[in-house]
Each structure stands twice: as C-alpha cells, then as structure tokens.
Design a protein around this ligand. Sequence first.
Ligand SMILES: Nc1ncnc2c1ncn2[C@@H]1O[C@H](COP(=O)(O)OP(=O)(O)O)[C@@H](O)[C@H]1O
Ligand SMILES: [Mg+2]
Length: 345
Amino acid sequence: MPEVKKAQVIYALSKVQDPELHKDLVSLNMIKDVEIEDSTVSLTVELTTPACPLRDRIKHDVEQALLSINGVDRVEVVIGARVLEDKKIKDLSIKNIIAVGSGKGGVGKSTVAVNLAVSLAKCGANVGLLDADIYGPNIPLMMGVESLAPSVNQKKIQPALAHDVKIMSIGFMVSPGQPLIWRGPMLHSVIKQFLMDVDWGELDYLIVDLPPGTGDVQLSLVQTVPLSGGVIVTTPQQISFDDAARSVAMFKKMSVPILGVVENMSFLRMEDGTLRRIFGEGGGEQLSGVAEAPLLGNIPIDEKIRVGGDQGIPVVLADPDSSSAQALEALAQSVAARMSMIVRG
Ligand SMILES: Nc1ncnc2c1ncn2[C@@H]1O[C@H](COP(=O)(O)OP(=O)(O)O)[C@@H](O)[C@H]1O
Ligand SMILES: [Mg+2]
C-alpha cells in the first residue's frame, strides 16, 4: 500500500464543494483534525451553518473524494457545525442578528420569521426570536406560547421558550386587544430592553420580526445593536413591491447587509398540480434586482401555513413533509448560508 500524505488528502478535499456556499471545503476552512493512520483517514468537516439537509451529502462527497486516493480504504468523517459570529456584535453573546422586514403588513413577515427561527432550531442551532412589531405583536400566538418564564435572576428577563426557540414580545406584557400607543423615548427604551435586558444566553441567531414599514423601531434597533443582515418579505404584486423597495432603501441607509428577498404567497397549487398566481408575479424577482440581493425563496399560498400560525405550531413542525414546509426550510438554509458568507467577508 502506498503511504498516504496529508497533502493528497487536502488536495482531494479541495475538489469537494459546499453545495450551498459554492466553494470548496478547503478554501472555506472547514476541514479540521485530519489524521492519517495507515489506510484510514479521519477528519471533521466544520460547517458554518446548521445545514442539516446537506450533512449527508457533504459526508458522502468527502468519503468519495478520499476513497479515490490510492492507498485510502477507510474514511471516518465527523460533521460538525459552528456558526460564524458577526464580530460587530459586542455586548451580547449572539452570533448573528437577522431582521425580517417588509414594506407593509399582512405580507407574511411574521410567518416567515417564525418558520425561519423554528427551522434553524430544528437543525440544532441556538435561536432566539424577538417580536419587535410592538404595534401588532403576534409572535406569541404564532409560537403557541402565552407568557414568559418566571424570572430566575432579578437582573434579566427570562424569555419564553417554545419549539426550542427563545421568545420575547411585548405581547407577553399587555392584555390582548389593548391598543399600543408608543411615544418615541418609550419605544426606544423597550427595544433596548428587549435586546440588552433579556437573558438570551448564547445564540447562533436572533431573528427579529420588525414592524412593517421604515419607522422608529428600526432606528432604535440599529442604534442599540448592529444588525448582521436583513431579509425582506414581499408578495408578487407591484403595490407591495413599492413599499418593499422602501425597506431596501432603509436597510441600505442603516448599512444592514441585505441577505435577500422572500416572495410569499407566490402561487396556489391546484388539485391538478397546476399553479395559480393569485397575486400576480414578478414582485420578488424585481425587488431582488433593486436590493442587489438574491431571491431566497418563493413560498406558496397554503392553508397549512395559515393554520400553523393560528394554532401556534409552525408548518415546518406541524407538517414538515408538506411542500410549503419544505419551501420554508429551504429558505432558512439559504438565509443561513448567505449570512455565513457575509460574516466571512
Ligand atoms: N404563504 C401563506 N399561505 C397562507 N397563509 C399565509 C401565508 N403567509 C401568511 N399567511 C397568513 O396571512 C396572515 C398574515 O401573515 P403575517 O405573517 O401575520 O403577516 P405580517 O407579519 O407581514 O403582517 C396570517 O394569518 C398568516 O397565517
Ligand atoms: Mg406580523
């Protein structure tokens, strides 16, 4: 048997691509702990996203690449994940803060935020979800949780926990139906508290559900913490597009990198398999052009998505095999992949 050299192993791995990041594993600095013992090679691939659907594929590709080296007949691959931290975030142990925004209400921003958070948590990431829509807080309803956990320590507010996601919302503090009127300084202080005085612990991702539009909450947020990335939700039609274009301008003005655009309610799948484009088409693509950022997903109109929201069990948990859940999970993976590329710089 010829002796296997580390250089050969590295060379072989430099031909294996991360299917989401479209770069090879060596340039991505993902290969750790290479050991060669006779004809056995062992190593760890450290992914930078909680890319659960891709793990098996990457493992398989690595095994194939290494087994093709003359002299290797056994490969032991461990797949690990370490989400990269946005170094701009200083005062919190949160690696990435991702804001979900839209130009107007009712486009499915909270739905996207909730399913994004739950999908990432399902893959093993530590995730928090901050309901910054202080005018219409509906994250508690959509996550099926009514109250905060009792506080164990006096200094920090314990977030609620549902579906493995830590949650904070003004909805926990006011009675339902009570109108929320905010004055500027109050609003600023509540946003600041939500970030700094909540016991978030160590998070890979904090997903922030912004209020619609481009107002004071967005400003208060960026004055308190740097946002690592923004996701903009729109529907396919032109009217919603104009509003969403203002969100693009807002993220740009606040120097928040735009991860991409989500087109929600893109189509309705009919019984015979055809797609009906009830809300028109093209909004997402157009907006992605304006944002100079990718269209990260097209989410169908589906009663299951609405029911998931109303019942507090997001569709990615309630019916993970449905095509809607899969579209939302794929979206979460794309968001995480984009985030890791931006943090990497
Ligand atoms: N793709 C979808 N298919 C079916 N219903 C949806 C979809 N996206 C959102 N909804 C429903 O539309 C309503 C508004 O969505 P929501 O996420 O609350 O919007 P926003 O946060 O932008 O105001 C909710 O009842 C939600 O369940
Ligand atoms: Mg909402």
